[in-house]
Design a protein around this ligand. Structure first.
Ligand code: KIV
Length: 282
C-alpha cells in the first residue's frame, strides 16, 4: 500500500514535474476504490450537494453534510491525503468563523487540509486558518459557490483583464499562506503561467496542464446525469451499468428467476421437525 502523501511530497512532486492525480469522493466505497487504485489525494467537495444529495447547486450544503461525508471517506481511505471542502456559509462571516469550522474538519473528520473558494477577498481567512496550523488549499477561477456572481457555471480568465485578476488572486492566495491552489475552468495558457509563477503546487479542474488534475468522480464514472462539463472525460458509464443491473433484477424477481437455491439458507434440522413446527401454528 502506498504511503500517505504529505505537503512535502506534494512540493517535491511539483519540483520534479510529477503529476498529482486526484478525484472527489463522498462515500466509503468510492474512497476505498480510489485508495486501492493509488489516487494521490481525495477531495470531499461540496459538489456532494449536486452529485450525491440531488440539490441544484452547492449552496444548501451544510457543515454537518460535509463532516459526515468526510468521515465516511476517511474510513474508506485511511492512507490518502483528504481535503475537506468548506461549504458556503462556513467561512463567509469572519476569520473566527472560518477557523472554527476548519478546526471541526480536522477534529471531527480527520481530514488533512481544507479548501475554500476565492482569491484576494478570502486572503484574511486563508491567513487565519493557516495561522491556526491547518493547511489550506485555495480555489480560483470558476468558483461554484459564487457562480451567481459569475453569471453561471462559466469558464473564467478568457480575456486579458479577467486573466490579470486571476493571476493577482493566485499570487494573493500564495502570499496568504495556502500550500496549494486549485484552478477551475480557466484557459490552459493562463493556468500554465500561474503554475510557473507560483512556488506552491497548482492543480487543475478543467484548466489544462499544470501540477496535477482533479475530476469529479460522479462525472468521470458517468454517474452524474444532470450535465457534463466540456472538460470531463468519462472513464466509465456506471449509470448505464446500474440501471441495466436494476432492470435485470426486477425482471428476474417478477419471473421467479431470483432467488435460486444458491441464494438461500436451508434449514439445519430434518424437514419432519419443521413440519411439526408448522403444524403447531395451524
Ligand atoms: O466541490 C467540489 O467538488 C469542488 C470542485 C468543483 C473543484 O470544489
Amino acid at each position: 500500500m502506498a504511503k500517505k502523501k504529505s505537503i512535502l511530497d506534494l512540493m517535491r512532486m511539483k519540483k520534479e514535474g510529477e503529476q498529482v492525480a486526484w478525484i472527489t469522493a463522498y462515500d466509503f466505497p468510492t474512497a476505498s476504490f480510489a485508495e486501492q487504485a493509488g489516487m494521490d489525494m481525495i477531495l470531499v467537495g461540496d459538489s456532494l450537494g449536486m452529485v450525491v444529495l440531488g440539490y441544484k447547486g452547492t449552496i444548501p450544503v451544510t457543515m454537518e453534510d460535509c463532516i459526515s461525508h468526510c468521515q465516511a471517506v476517511r474510513r474508506g481511505a485511511p492512507n490518502t491525503w483528504i481535503i475537506g471542502d468548506m461549504p458556503f456559509g462556513s467561512y463567509q462571516v469572519n476569520d473566527q468563523q472560518a477557523v472554527e469550522n476548519a478546526v471541526r474538519f480536522l477534529k471531527e473528520a480527520d481530514v488533512d487540509c481544507i479548501k475554500l473558494e476565492g482569491g484576494e477577498r478570502v486572503k484574511s481567512r486563508i491567513r487565519a486558518i493557516t495561522d491556526a496550523g491547518i493547511p489550506v488549499m485555495g480555489h480560483i477561477g470558476l468558483t461554484p459557490q459564487s457562480s451567481g456572481q459569475l453569471g453561471g457555471f462559466k469558464a473564467q480568465g478568457r480575456h486579458v483583464n479577467s486573466a490579470r485578476a486571476l493571476i493577482k488572486d493566485a499570487l494573493e492566495v500564495q502570499e496568504a499562506g495556502a500550500f496549494s491552489l486549485l484552478v477551475e475552468a480557466v484557459p490552459p495558457e493562463v493556468t500554465a503561467f500561474i503554475a510557473k509563477k507560483l512556488d506552491i503546487p497548482v492543480y487543475s479542474i478543467g484548466a489544462g496542464a499544470c501540477d496535477g488534475q482533479l475530476l469529479i468522480s460522479g462525472d468521470m464514472l458517468g454517474k452524474f446525469q444532470a450535465f457534463t462539463p466540456k472538460f470531463v472525460k468519462k472513464y466509465a458509464n456506471v449509470a448505464e451499468i446500474e440501471v441495466n443491473a436494476f432492470k435485470e433484477y426486477i425482471n428476474e424477481v417478477k419471473n421467479g428467476q431470483f432467488p435460486t437455491d444458491d441464494h438461500v439458507y436451508h434449514v439445519l434440522e430434518s424437514m419432519d421437525e419443521f413440519e411439526k413446527l408448522f403444524k403447531e401454528f395451524e
